[in-house]
Design a protein around this ligand. Structure first.
Ligand SMILES: Nc1ncnc2c1ncn2[C@@H]1O[C@H](COP(=O)(O)OP(=O)(O)OP(=O)(O)O)[C@@H](O)[C@H]1O
Ligand SMILES: [Mg+2]
Length: 473
């Protein structure tokens, strides 16, 4: 067996110094006893000012790593991160592991953005702390390069909060915090309803493009030709109906972010054009010859397994690599049951029965039903179930009978109000409705094209043409 130098020992043979900062003396001594037992040298701080002093005082006494609670009197942990001296930053982050309360993502994302090395959630277990501490020193030894993070302060829309405390979700917050300030392309994958669009929105808001527009395009909603002109715009007269020059979504997203939703549905021809935009950051409008330059962050999402699509020849491999610079996988809800109570609480608050009423409460029996369900529609389905239950129980206590898990999957239902708020254009909406009508007619007639065309009041040939246009088999 290889013998490795003890982790608690620096290269010079001196012990690593860790400053434990928490206003709770009990937690300080718990961490002190444990980490001293592991061979670290421990100092304590009871408030944020003391941590700042220790970071400013670059001497032999200064800590190699700070384990810091976010909630402290005088200066909070976030204040400390914000005000920490530049000199204390190395490889793009501060030597600080933040300890946050159990709950939402915001503090974690903020802490990562303000340059924390990592974070840990209370109540924590000591092995987890040790693991992180060891990783910190390992990584410092490797002098890993991480993009410098700079500071952004700002409020958040309560609807744009990612809830979840499971290990997988914590990884998501870390990645979001780390990559937000870069312009790297991000690919978000996960089953339907796992929060891909939500994560894209939060990523955009926390990014350096956050003051620009977030333009969302659903690549599945439009047939190929429309999608191209939607993305890249067109010149006057470039095709029948192109009466005026029109800017595409990429141009609208200049200095902002474009969110390419369901990118796995894009035709190979459009994929080729997208690849060029990603490579060269320029394109021509449909029917045009002038190159339009853009500075746009690209976030793509798909519920398909793109590796498989590549293998089957439906997705360009080169485009896959261009999109997948950073990937964020959102696990299905059934794999993170611990997040269910937190999500339920969040949705009860979000969907109050009336503006005046407080959030509904939920009975243990009803909660058990939610915990035992396997959620094919993931978080979206959970949200729908809670929203319906708050109406049924009229803002009171949600009991078993208010929980409907039969789960009519209404995700394809076009909620026009919501889609408009999310930036859908009329052509997108009409195409979504048309696509839905076409496939619904086929479903209702068991795939009988003639019957379906009659149902829709179309000639068979016209019906077939539209099926081809929408790539409906
Ligand atoms: N972790 C979460 N915390 C809070 N709300 C969430 C979370 N994940 C999803 N939601 C909510 O669930 C709904 C569905 O999420 P979203 O639209 O982002 O999913 P999606 O992965 O894009 O789904 P699809 O693949 O079907 O488009 C939204 O209302 C969203 O706000
Ligand atoms: Mg989505």
């Amino acid at each position: 067996m290889l013998s490795m130098p003890g982790n608690a020992e620096g290269t010079s043979g001196t012990m690593h110094r860790i400053l434990v900062a928490d206003d709770d003396a009990g937690i300080r001594s718990l961490l002190r006893d444990f980490l001293e037992g592991e061979g670290y040298e421990i100092a304590e701080a009871a408030n944020g000012v003391a941590v700042l002093d220790a970071l400013k005082n670059q001497s032999d006494e200064s800590p190699d790593l700070v384990l810091m609670d976010v909630r402290m009197p005088d200066k909070s942990g976030l204040d400390v991160l914000r005000e920490a001296p530049e000199a204390a930053r190395a490889a793009g982050h501060l030597p600080i592991i933040v300890i946050t309360g159990y709950g939402t993502s915001n503090v974690a994302i903020d802490a990562m953005q303000f340059g924390a090395y990592d974070y840990i959630v209370k109540p924590f277990d000591l092995d987890e702390v040790l693991n992180l501490v060891e990783r910190f020193f390992d990584r410092r030894r490797l002098d890993d390069q991480v993009e410098p993070l700079s500071v952004r302060v700002g409020g958040r829309d309560p609807n744009e909060v990612i809830i979840g405390n499971s290990g997988a979700m914590r990884e998501v917050y870390k990645t979001v915090g780390r990559v937000a300030r870069s312009d790297a392309t991000v690919l978000i994958t996960g089953e339907t309803g796992t929060g891909k669009e939500l994560v894209a929105t939060v990523l955009h808001r926390s990014s350096s493009y956050g003051s620009g527009t977030l333009v969302k395009v659903n690549c599945a909603a439009l047939p190929e030709t429309l999608l191209e002109s939607e993305l890249f715009g067109h010149e006057k007269g470039s095709f029948t109906g192109a009466i005026n020059q029109r800017k595409g979504r990429f141009e609208m997203a200049n200095k902002g972010t474009i969110f390419l939703d369901e990118v796995g549905e894009m035709s190979l021809a459009t994929q080729k054009k997208l690849l060029r935009v990603l490579q060269e950051r320029e394109f021509e409008r449909v029917g045009g010859s002038v190159a339009v330059k853009i500075d746009t962050r690209v976030i793509a999402a798909t519920n398909k397994v793109l590796e498989q699509e590549v293998e089957d020849g439906r997705f360009r491999e080169d485009l896959y690599y261009r999109l997948n610079v950073i990937s964020i996988f959102l696990p299905p809800l059934r794999d993170r049951g611990d997040d269910i109570p937190l999500l339920v609480e969040h949705f009860l608050d979000k969907h109050r029965f009336s503006a005046a009423a407080g959030p509904s409460r939920i009975s243990q029996g009803a909660m058990r039903m939610l915990l035992e369900h396997d959620w094919p529609g993931n978080v979206r389905q959970l949200e729908n179930v809670i929203e319906r239950a708050t109406v049924l129980c009229q803002g009171g206590v949600i009991a078993d009978e208010h929980i409907d898990l039969s789960g009519a999957d209404n995700r394809r239902f076009v909620d026009i109000g919501q889609r408009l708020r999310k930036g859908a254009s009329l052509s997108e909406l009409l195409a979504e409705v048309e696509r839905r009508a076409l496939s619904e007619a086929l479903t209702q007639t068991d795939g009988d094209r003639l019957a379906a065309s009659v149902m829709l009041g179309l000639d068979l040939s016209e019906f077939k043409q539209r099926l081809t246009e929408f790539e409906i088999a």
